[in-house]
Write a protein that binds this ligand. Structure first.
Ligand SMILES: Cc1cc2nc3c(=O)[nH]c(=O)nc-3n(C[C@H](O)[C@H](O)[C@H](O)COP(=O)(O)OP(=O)(O)OC[C@H]3O[C@@H](n4cnc5c(N)ncnc54)[C@H](O)[C@@H]3O)c2cc1C
Length: 310
């Protein structure tokens, strides 16, 4: 089917739905193309407790379902499909979807997020939210005064470890090399913390599960092959994120890691009429409240762009 919308939003996470609410209330009749993950990454969390306005823990799926309904109430349309091809060089912009739809748009908001890199261990997915985490800011509090492990050795891992060191009793980083690749200043902060330590030349071999939760980790020394088991309730995988921007490569400016580059303090990209919101443009502060705010800003910028190009 061919269809045209003033604003098309790619992605149905907090950034996409928030952009949908704002664009719809601005009268831009947006279409939100959801992608495979309805509601985005936060739907993996049942224990969201840092989104303002709720005094009890909430389920991420519940929150994003409310966002979706709110966007629909104001007139946003939802297309359950995935964009597989984008032409952002010609106007109107053209998006092709997996199911064969062709959608044209005067303005596009990209809110496709960034996926956490996983280790690929057999029970890693099942234990996510049950002791396995990819976000210290999100889940560190659940391990208050406990001993936790962090896997990785770059900036992400060292940041995560530093964050955890403020709430956890002990933080041990497992790193496959004999040195960190994180920036020196972050390494200095890490080694200054009395409750942070590192197991060098080692990988996470196995996550041990008991009653559906993490109970220990098995760590393998890559030089000797020795495997040691450590009791713990929490393991944070911090080996980076991959922004979902492959389909935009060569059409908009991406940084070395693949994040969309926008103009300073704006969601506008260097392609007029194309905006980016949420984790897909934010290598550092990946949080629902930030993504939602960014989606709102992108929609407001898109409305201004449409008005000035009428
Ligand atoms: C396990 C876990 C727990 C977390 N806990 C918290 C927490 O407690 N508090 C907090 O604030 N944050 C938390 N976060 C972080 C939070 O989920 C993200 O910061 C937030 O979801 C980012 O929103 P987003 O809309 O930018 O991207 P995402 O939520 O990643 O959404 C991206 C959307 O884009 C869609 N998409 C991707 N490619 C395409 C395509 N080609 N075509 C169409 N659609 C596409 C996907 O289907 C998805 O709907 C957690 C993250 C994880 C993984």
């Amino acid at each position: 089917m061919n269809r045209h919308h003033e604003v098309v939003i790619i992605g149905s996470g907090p950034a996409g739905y928030s952009a949908g609410i704002y664009a719809a209330r601005n009268g831009n009749k947006p279409l939100i193309i959801t992608g495979m993950e309805f509601g985005g990454q936060i739907t993996k969390s049942f224990d969201l407790e840092n989104y303002p306005g709720f005094t009890e823990k909430i389920d991420g799926l519940y929150l994003t379902e409310q966002m979706r309904k709110q966007a629909e109430i104001f007139g946003a349309e939802i297309l359950a499909d995935t964009v597989v091809e984008a032409d952002l060089k010609n106007r109107p912009f053209t998006l092709k979807t997996e199911n064969g739809d062709v959608v044209t748009a005067d303005a596009v908001i990209i809110a496709t997020g960034a996926s956490c890199r996983t280790l690929g261990l057999s029970n890693e997915k099942a234990l996510t939210g049950h002791g396995v985490s990819y976000c210290a800011t999100c889940d560190g509090f659940f391990f208050r005064d406990k001993e936790v492990f962090v896997v990785g050795g770059g900036n992400t891992a060292v940041y995560e470890a530093l964050h955890l060191s403020t709430v956890c009793k002990k933080v041990t980083v497992i790193h496959r090399r004999d040195h960190f690749t994180a920036e020196n200043i972050n390494q200095k902060h890490f080694f200054d913390m009395s409750n942070c330590s590192v197991i060098w030349n080692s990988t996470l071999e196995e996550i041990v599960e008991k009653d559906g939760k993490v109970s220990a980790v098995k760590v393998k020394n890559v030089q000797t092959g020795d495997v040691t088991e450590y009791a713990t309730e929490g393991v944070f995988i911090a080996i980076g994120n991959k922004p979902n921007t492959d389909i935009f490569a060569g059409q908009i400016k991406l940084d070395d890691a693949g994040y969309i580059q926008t103009k300073p303090n704006l969601c506008a990209t260097e392609v007029e009429g194309v905006f980016a919101a949420g984790d897909v443009k934010n290598p550092h502060f990946k949080q629902v409240v930030i993504a939602a705010a960014s989606g709102a800003q992108a929609a407001m910028e898109a409305t201004e762009y449409l008005l000035s190009n009428k």
